[in-house]
Design a protein around this ligand. Structure first.
Ligand code: ASN
Length: 564
């Protein structure tokens, strides 16, 4: 989270519809166009003098100077047609995301004026559609139209504009009744009262009273140096199935038919369902044939755990725990993950269990982790990712080298990816001076080496024993790793090369063919002499190792022909 020093902040307010601008027609409320002229007439939304003096364009208004002397200008992009949010679909949310993308550079932040009925779905979906967000996106709306005498629209819209104009909160948020929530944590809980939303499993990101209190430790960290991505290939064939006592196998079967590809199943309490064998069989058949089912509790608050046999029965048939996600967030995540064409089904299922946009609390109380378990690294990294306030950056920077080394040592790609996403420096060494690349090279983990190199790890570095990743790969005889490192420009230091002749003779004496080939692959001349002036060829001849002799002679011929 940050506040910029620029005295004028420009926001884009995308008006999609909703009660806030509705008008009564034949006794019922319908979406109302021309929100801007209404706002122009309200002094709290329009500093007329400033607008005139600065000749603002017709689609742009200026808020009066804020308490912090900030000037906020906002341009209204009004959709046509406007929507009651009951008519919104993934298509409209992708359109909003694309409008944000198109205008991303021109504006400091974005406010989306949306109907409240499906606003929790909208904010959840947008949190997944918008990848690598570095600017504030706030959804808001009202329970009562803004042009009526007593309404909540003015307060909500003004609050949304002020928050987006003052703070960089790089998330999709929802502002309602003085609270700024993470968008994928909210649900609509009241159809009439002004306090329409709640965020049952995460406190508000900010609260507005006489002062604004921002919960800095909750704000997600922006993925710096990465470009905004609009994930428009969201899977539409996803749905929500609410279990109830007595639901039959036939009903569940009917729901799970094509084209359905993913289902959020709302279950009882801590994630429990009936143990009726017929019903479990239908669910098992579905998961086995590729249907992805996420288990969310239909309780307002709390998480899916594995306390009861009735819950275990569901996880035993391939149903994925949705932890403490709201059903709205789980549906959006399912749509995003299933839409990722670059992933296998297994990878999609794994991704669903991870915290991607702060939508779930990463360390459920029932997860036991041990220091020996690779999951430990992931859990710590996830915790750091979620609690990424500036205060925690220093802790993160000191922990990530050790975490990355631990992950690289066992070739734990998932943990490495979490650390990379966290922004950890992959060239930083642990207390032994070893970098993650040293550890991955020593273990011969080709995937981890590739991943580290791809993400900018330094290829030539020397640890406390003055060994490079290349030397570690040679010692382990990891041919594929040696090749990767060499292709990336790895070389041995003069100090490492100094003792090479003696080491080659030792390998020749013990008949270690693979050891010799590893050195040769690393670009080392096999005809160096050892401490007593003998070459490895002479040592092999003396040992009567014919296989090695012919290998070394062939190498010698090759080397000579190279020189000629
Ligand atoms: N039906 C309206 C909508 O969602 C409700 C509202 O905005 N308060 O568009």
């Amino acid at each position: 989270m940050a506040r910029s020093g620029d005295p004028v902040r420009r926001l884009l307010a995308i008006y999609t519809g909703g009660t806030i601008g509705m008008r009564s027609r034949e006794g019922v409320l319908v979406p109302g166009s021309n929100l801007l002229p209404t706002l122009r007439k309200l002094p709290m939304f329009n500093d007329e003098e400033y607008s005139r003096e600065h000749q603002l364009p017709a689609d742009t208004l200026a808020l009066p100077l804020t308490n912090q002397n900030q000037r906020i200008l906002y341009t209204i992009l009004e959709y046509d047609p406007l929507f009651d949010s009951s008519d919104m679909t993934i298509n409209e949310w992708i359109r909003i995301a694309k409008d944000i993308e198109r205008n991303y550079e021109q504006y400091f932040g974005f406010v989306i004026i949306h109907g409240t009925d499906t606003m929790a779905f909208a904010s959840s979906m947008l949190s997944f559609i918008l990848g690598n967000l570095q600017k504030t996106v706030i959804l808001t709306g009202a329970q009562v139209p803004i042009h009526t005498l007593w309404n909540d629209g003015r307060e909500n819209l003004l609050g949304g504009l002020l928050m987006a104009g003052h703070y960089v909160i790089p998330e999709v948020c929802l502002f309602f009744q003085n609270q700024l929530y993470r968008g994928n944590r909210v649900t609509k809980v009241d159809s009439q009262r002004f306090a329409a939303f709640c965020s049952p499993n995460l406190p508000p990101l900010a609260t507005v009273g006489a002062d604004i209190t921002v919960n800095r430790e909750l704000i997600l960290k922006a993925s710096m140096n990465k470009q905004l991505v609009v994930h428009s290939s969201m899977e539409r064939n996803v749905g929500v199935l609410r279990l109830y006592p007595g639901i039959t196998a036939a009903m569940v079967k009917a729901f799970l038919q094509p084209p359905m590809k993913g289902v959020v199943m709302e279950t009882f309490g801590t994630g429990n369902g009936p143990t009726n064998p017929g019903l479990l069989w239908e669910l098992k058949k579905a998961t086995e044939s590729g249907m992805v089912i996420v288990n969310c509790t239909h309780c307002l608050q709390g998480s899916v755990t594995s306390e009861y046999a009735t819950g275990m029965a569901l996880s035993g048939i391939g149903i994925i725990s949705g932890s403490d996600m709201t059903s709205e967030a789980a549906l959006a995540k399912l749509s995003y993950v299933l839409g990722r064409e670059d992933l296998s089904l297994e990878d999609k299922k794994k991704l669903l269990t991870k915290n991607l946009r702060g939508e779930m609390t990463p360390l459920p109380k029932d997860v036991q982790v041990s220091l020996r378990d690779s999951k430990f690294v992931q859990v710590i990294a996830n915790l750091l990712y979620l609690n990424c306030s500036q205060d925690l950056d220093a802790v993160r920077d000191s922990l990530t080298p050790t975490l990355a080394c631990a992950a690289a040592r066992i070739g734990d790609m998932e943990a490495l990816e979490v650390i990379i996403e966290l922004g950890g420096n992959l060239s930083e060494s642990d207390f032994d001076g070893r970098t993650p690349l040293h550890m991955a090279a020593r273990g011969g983990h080709v995937g981890a080496v590739q991943c580290l190199l791809r993400n900018g790890a330094k290829v030539n570095s020397w640890d406390g024993d003055r060994s490079s990743p290349l030397l570690m790969a040679i010692k382990g005889r990891h041919k594929d790793v040696i090749r990767l490192l060499r292709d990336a420009g790895a070389h041995l230091s003069p100090q490492e090369l100094q003792g090479a002749g003696t080491e080659l003779c030792r390998l020749a004496a013990s008949g270690d063919r693979d050891g010799l080939i590893a050195w040769q692959q690393a670009g080392v001349d096999l005809f160096q002499t050892g401490y007593d002036g003998q070459t490895p060829l002479q040592v092999a001849e003396a040992a009567g190792n014919h296989e090695l002799v012919s290998l070394l002679r062939a190498q010698g011929m090759e080397a000579r022909s190279d020189i000629l």
